[in-house]
Write a protein that binds this ligand. Structure first.
Ligand code: ADP
Ligand code: ASP
Ligand code: MG
Length: 395
């Protein structure tokens, strides 16, 4: 009988230095000696992808998308080769593979590609020979043979897609925090690490800004029943298991997005702008329509592209952020939560409701405070009230 197969993914901070890569090598060896077959997906060393983006922007503020992918894919190749060297030095046989060598096929959407198919034959052959397979995260190849990348944070998606294609026993996402928390633990002081979270809630958390898991990774794992676990590469612990689609009752967490820009344009331009945004594949984080204005909120690069499309001189761009409460929202929440934020002297610029979430648009400088206020009121207290219900759910 085959040994269990585990796909492990190590993010940028986890492979951020030579010492970290040597420590990851030891962790990988430990899992191998415990009797597993291993596929290891690596990200670029921390800061490397940003450094490469900055280099490209020194040449062109909107770099050629194909060439940007050629450039960005190099970050992951550095990590995979160094990890293979570290494993070899410790006496273990491994092989590093680029996205192309691993036969990760994507569509043609440079910088935001989607994996369409993985031919696992090459990987399988190495596994059969008891060789540890290291795969560069975040990259693939399109039908023309050109390198593509999967969007920022995309190595998580490489790992889950490989796990699904190889029918792995578990996909482990190793990162720099202990697991999935009720909110970003670097922002929200009282955030708690969860033992378990369902795919529905995790999808909304990722969509609304919890970058601990890349959104397509969550969706793909959920659809393909990939047993998914998020855990720390810095400390031991069982992390967070992402499992099941039934949402946890009540409000589950807070997600946030910082450093966005908002522009308001005359409402009569909405239809034309929406069509162009769709055509150009520009990602917008929040859209609000009222009688006079149509407000668009997105990453600065996306807003600059929208501004370039406008026929009239653009209105002012204001720095904003989004704080989202994830979970079931009951009617009194809308007014209560705004009173709560007003009491904390945080003004809500806009709000919008979605399935399983409620988002506040807030001036950039007040984001952290708003996240803490909402978390401590609705997540921690909600947790106390429905503790029994949650325990029953967790089994
Ligand atoms: P990696 O480089 O390992 O892929 P990321 O930086 O992409 O790591 O994701 C981990 C980071 O996600 C954490 O350091 C944390 O600041 C942030 N984060 C945001 N929301 C959450 C959350 N709900 N739970 C855990 N971490 C979160
Ligand atoms: N290196 C890429 C990034 O920084 C992909 C990843 O880390 O998942 O976004
Ligand atoms: Mg990440």
């Amino acid at each position: 009988m085959n040994k269990p197969l585990i796909v492990q993914k190590f993010g940028g901070t986890s492979v951020g230095s030579i010492e970290r890569i040597q420590s990851v090598a030891k962790q990988v060896i430990q899992a191998k000696l415990a009797g597993n077959r291993l596929v290891v997906v690596v990200s670029a060393m921390s800061g490397e992808t940003n450094r490469l983006v900055e280099l490209a922007k020194q040449i062109d503020s909107v770099p050629n998308a194909r060439e940007l992918d050629v450039l960005l894919s190099t970050g992951e190749q550095v990590s995979m080769a160094l990890l293979a060297m570290a494993l070899s030095k410790l006496g273990h046989h491994s092989v590093s593979l680029t996205g192309q060598q691993a036969q990760i096929q994507t569509n043609n959407q440079h910088n935001h590609a989607t994996i369409s198919e993985i031919n696992t034959q090459v990987i399988q052959r190495y596994l059969d020979d008891e060789i540890i397979v290291i795969v560069a995260g975040f990259q693939g190849v399109n039908a023309l043979g050109d390198i593509t990348t999967l969007g920022r944070g995309g190595s998580d998606t490489t790992a889950v897609t490989l796990a699904a294609a190889l029918l792995a026993d578990e996909c482990q996402i190793y990162t720099d925090v202990a697991g999935v928390y009720t909110a970003d633990p670097r922002v929200v002081v009282n955030a708690k690490c969860l033992d378990k979270i369902d795919f529905t809630t995790m999808e909304v958390m990722s969509k609304k800004g919890a970058k601990v898991l890349h959104l397509p990774c969550v969706t793909h794992a959920g659809k393909n029943d990939v047993p998914l676990r998020v855990l720390s590469s810095f400390e031991s612990g069982s992390g967070t298991l992402v499992k099941g689609w039934n949402p946890t009752p009540g409000m589950s967490g807070i997600a946030l997005k910082k450093h966005l820009l908002a522009i308001s344009i005359p409402a009569h331009q909405k239809q034309r702008i929406d069509q162009q945004i769709k055509l150009c594949g520009i990602e917008i984080d929040c859209q609000i329509t009222d009688d006079a204005d149509y407000t668009l909120i997105a990453q600065p690069d996306a807003i600059h592209r929208v501004v370039a499309m406008l026929s009239e001189v653009a209105t002012e761009k204001s720095p904003v952020g989004l704080v989202t409460v994830v979970g079931d929202i009951s009617p009194p929440f809308t007014s209560q939560s705004q009173q709560l934020l007003n009491l904390a002297e945080i003004s809500v610029l806009h709000f919008c409701e979605d399935k399983h979430s409620f988002t506040f648009v807030i001036a950039s400088e007040a984001i952290d405070k708003a996240a803490n206020v909402l978390h401590d009121n609705y997540i921690i207290s909600n947790d106390t009230v429905s503790r029994e219900e949650k325990l029953a759910y967790l089994g």
